[in-house]
Ligand binder design. Structure first.
Ligand code: P1T
Length: 387
């Protein structure tokens, strides 16, 4: 179903149908995996079907996935990448040496590592702010600021920023806004509809949802921005393989069903942990105690399966995480199975210690990716390790 045809349909219907058409030769109901690197050309310099000249430039399985994410995010174009980081990199690579980016400070550790140790060497400057405070974002803008990059909820502190307000101030200053929507998923939050210019996913997480591939997706609502990103991807090469695109599209078709259960289980576990005497603090935007709960209710329609808790010390964090039966100790998130991670030593180890501590990513912070197992079993697992 093409973009126009999905207008007016609800999320679950779009998830199943957007980008998916019966295959024209056989009528196969499922999008085939076009596992090919190239396409025969009938005449020199004249590809058979427009852009199908080489697999880095175009692939029909990839295009089906791209149309799907574009529709899910309320945009017009999707651009698929080999990883979430490759998608973020492409958005920043629209800029040139001398340009400046204002970034939320509490992003995924790999995002700041790329900004500080790779892209800053190319002459792009980065400033970090606590984007919960919209004024702090405004104060960090410079004449050469071309991009504001935020993550909301943030990984792992579950901080939020006001997408609509930050989009407006970025645009007033002549900059664009990119929102890493990985933690929320398009089911719970659609940044493009709130004014963002790019919405980004590590599709390794909720969009694919089955922890069986690495991928990235960007959606935009502007043809020019889409063309920029297609060009950067074609020129730099971070394309996902057809099989991974096919798996991600299959995963995306059940996003709405999975997210309902992630949201339900996440909230139930956050509430249970909040009442537990061995837990100092719970970070979950769906809790009334979350300092940005009102913004969460305004900007999100559900609060995901990501829950962070502070248990005080590394010793307790280890006792908590190393003896669980259902929650596997692993990096990553957003899959149907539950995972647990100690960010200071795992996903955010590349963030300098003083900055980690200042943001609350202490050695006692534990991040749960609550899966879609039966809630009683998950709570029993937590109960056993927390005592
Ligand atoms: O791993 P990759 O697909 O390249 O995605 C990077 C990325 C981008 N944005 C966010 C918000 C992320 O959480 C990630 C990857 N995160 C983990 C691997 C993790 O365990 O937090």
């Amino acid at each position: 179903m093409d973009h126009e045809a999905t207008k007016g349909l609800s999320f679950g219907t779009i998830a199943i149908h957007a980008g998916v058409e019966p295959e024209p030769v056989t009528g196969a109901i499922m999008t085939p995996i076009f596992q090919t690197s190239t396409y025969v050309q009938p005449a020199v310099g004249e590809p058979r079907a427009g852009s199908y000249d080489y697999g880095r430039t175009a692939n029909p399985t990839r295009e089906a996935l791209e149309a799907n994410i574009a529709a899910l995010e309320g945009g017009t174009h999707g651009i698929a990448f080999a990883s979430g980081l490759a998608g973020i990199e492409a958005v920043v690579k629209r800029l040139s040496a001398g340009d400046h980016v204002v970034s939320e400070e509490n992003t995924y550790g790999g995002t700041t590592r790329m900004f500080n140790h790779v892209l800053s060497r190319l002459g792009i400057e980065f400033s970090y702010v606590d984007s919960r405070d919209t004024q702090a974002v405004a104060d960090a803008m410079r004449p050469e600021t071309k991009l504001v990059h935020v993550e909301t909820p943030t990984n792992p502190m579950m901080r939020l920023c006001d997408i609509e307000a930050i989009a407006a101030l970025a645009h007033d200053a002549g900059a664009l806004l990119s929102v890493d929507n990985t933690f929320a998923s398009p089911y719970n939050q659609r940044p493009l509809l709130l004014g963002a210019d790019f919405t980004l996913h590590s599709s390794t997480k909720y969009v694919n949802g089955h922890s069986d591939l690495i991928g990235g997706l960007v959606a935009v609502a502007d043809e020019g921005l889409a063309e920029d990103l297609y060009f950067i991807r074609k020129s730099t090469g971070a394309v996902p393989g057809p099989m991974d695109c096919w798996l991600t599209l299959r995963g995306a078709k059940t996003l709405h069903v999975r997210m309902e259960r992630h949201n339900e289980n996440g909230l139930a576990i956050a509430r249970w942990l909040e009442d537990h005497p061995r837990v100092d603090r719970v970070f979950y935007p769906g809790l009334e105690s979350h300092e940005q709960h009102e913004l969460a209710k305004r900007q999100m329609s559900g609060f995901t399966g990501m829950v962070s808790v502070d248990v005080g010390t590394l010793e307790r964090a280890k006792a908590f995480t190393e003896h669980m039966q259902l929650f596997a100790l692993a990096e990553s998130l957003g899959g149907i199975e539950s995972l647990v991670n100690v960010p200071a030593l795992m996903t955010h180890a590349s963030v300098p210690e003083d900055r980690r501590e200042a943001m609350g990513i202490t050695p006692g912070l534990v991040r749960l990716s609550v899966g879609i197992e039966d809630i009683d079993d998950l709570i029993a697992d937590l109960d056993r390790v927390l005592g």
